[in-house]
Write a protein that binds this ligand. Sequence first.
Ligand SMILES: C[S@@+](CC[C@H](N)C(=O)[O-])C[C@H]1O[C@@H](n2cnc3c(N)ncnc32)[C@H](O)[C@@H]1O
Length: 271
Amino acid sequence: MRVKDRRLARDQKLPRAGPQAFENHYWQLFGARWPELRRALLLPARQVALRDGLLQPYYLDEASVAAADALPLTAGDRIVDFCAAPGGKSLALARRLPPGATLICNERSSARRARLHRVLDSHLAPQLRRRVSVSGHDATRWGLIQPSSCQRILLDVPCSSERHVITDATHLGRWSASRPRRLSIQAFALLASAIDALEGGGSLLYVTCALTPAENDQVIARALRKRAGQVEYQTPELPWGESTEYGIHVLPDAAEGRGPLYVCLLHKILP
Ligand SMILES: C[S@@+](CC[C@H](N)C(=O)[O-])C[C@H]1O[C@@H](n2cnc3c(N)ncnc32)[C@H](O)[C@@H]1O
């Protein structure tokens, strides 16, 4: 919590952490919309079965499938899913892998990487599985170690996941405003690395399941400032969602339970 926020909380006797701090934070962000949005977050997530091109169905949010489909793929592309586990969006990409293209699914956590392996092995036919590899790098360093090395990146960053927090008493009890702030710093480090890892003419899809602008538009705004002249943004076309300054935000109260999901498409300008 910043000094200013701490002083404000102390003066108004507001809790700094826990369920009431969470409530106050999202009331401030969404105002009169919050009660309805809150109610929608507490309902079971609306999932669909991803089946086409897979050996067995994989269940995930329909908005996640639409988001992964918004990344343009072309023949021969080197595609990297920077933060891939458990692998839902990797499967969504793999099922539309164009001829000659390869997909690298990267995940830093070894436990989550093991799960990613199981998901890929049990859903992809051997011919397709051979074109999909798994790596375990810290993706914040990819751009430094392999600059301009890939044509497409899916960057689904670790984020506030309010839908998860609000339904989990332990997470809610530990919540404080420092959580979205810390995650937005991590998201920017991943995004800057992804931009550096992208070849000129390549595309990058930035995705979060966060409600907070700090982890969505504000991360994109910072990247556009820090990498000025290197990237331009495009609002992807999704069947649901609300346009924000740089992307599209699917919120469950307005999208029949889909989301939350924020998506922005970035294109690297040719040098
Ligand atoms: C939102 S989840 C990804 C969900 C996944 N895209 C899917 O659709 O199933 C973010 C993942 O990023 C991983 N991660 C966090 N920091 C990372 C880093 N620096 N490098 C690589 N992976 C990271 C986390 O362990 C987590 O599994």
